[in-house]
Design a protein around this ligand. Structure first.
Ligand SMILES: [Zn+2]
Length: 255
């Protein structure tokens, strides 16, 4: 038996009465749990296996195959995320990215706290798009993409103006722009926030405010880097891209 904390990532029905529940755990990484009788009415652990629940569990962790939960010590839901489909999608995307970055059963170490913190910040009302961008930038290294956002990748000089080059994997100072005609042509503000996001400490982040225009550019930049250099497919991301196209009234009606 082991005691561990975790966040419910998703669940699916299994056979007639049971469920499979994917939980991001603090000590064992992502694990799939077999929950016998979870679909029966009045199931005693039902509150602890709802999506976006954070809880302390007691259970049996198996290295191979499914794991089991026998008791729950305390459980609480991320309320705002549960009630808002957009926040829900951001949180699901962050968990999906983490799941893609770390194989099942591998402890996330300090990343567990960061992911949990990112979800808490979104639940507390911090700008979900920005929190997501920060996670995206900082997770790049886990996907084997570690852009140099510190100085120019060619001359390593600190410059006042940079652009981002995918083929060189980082910043180019103005002197070296000619090396990459396909550099991203980013404005100063976008570059500033990319650099800030790469080093900001999520555990200390209290508030952050960015103009919509810059947020859109950051979004497009991350989309491009993730599409070209990472290549993961997260279902919640497709939803987030789609709702950009929805009329605002549809989203407001939901609240
Ligand atoms: Zn340079």
């Amino acid at each position: 038996m082991a005691e561990f904390s975790g966040v419910v990532v998703y669940r699916k029905d299994y056979r007639e009465r049971d469920m499979l529940v994917k939980i991001l755990t603090d000590r064992f990484g992502f694990k799939m749990f077999f929950i016998r009788g979870a679909r029966k009415r009045g199931f005693r652990l039902s509150a602890a296996i709802l999506p976006f629940t954070k809880a302390t569990y007691v259970g049996t962790i198996n290295d191979e195959g499914l794991s089991f939960i026998s008791a729950v010590k305390e459980a609480g839901q991320y309320q705002a995320i549960c009630q808002d489909i957009v926040l829900n999608a951001y949180a699901a995307y962050i968990l999906g990215l983490a799941e893609a970055a770390f194989n099942d059963g591998h402890p996330l170490n300090e990343w567990y706290q960061k992911i949990e913190r990112a979800i808490s910040l979104i639940d507390q009302g911090l700008d979900a798009a920005i929190v997501t961008n920060i996670v995206e930038v900082q997770l790049l290294g886990r996907f084997g993409v570690k852009p140099n956002l510190k100085d120019c990748v060619i001359c390593h000089q600190e410059a006042t103006v940079y652009d981002f080059s995918e083929s060189y994997g980082g910043l180019l100072c103005q002197k070296h722009w000619h090396l990459d005609p396909r550099r991203l042509h980013l404005d100063r503000r976008t570059i500033y926030f990319l650099r800030l996001f790469s080093k900001v400490d999520l555990m200390r982040l209290g508030s952050i405010k960015i103009k919509d225009e810059t947020k859109d550019r950051l979004r497009l930049t991350m989309n491009q880097i993730y599409r070209n250099d990472v290549g993961v497919n997260i279902k919640a991301k497709k939803f987030l891209d789609d709702i950009k196209e929805w009329p605002q009234s549809v989203l407001n009606d939901d609240k």
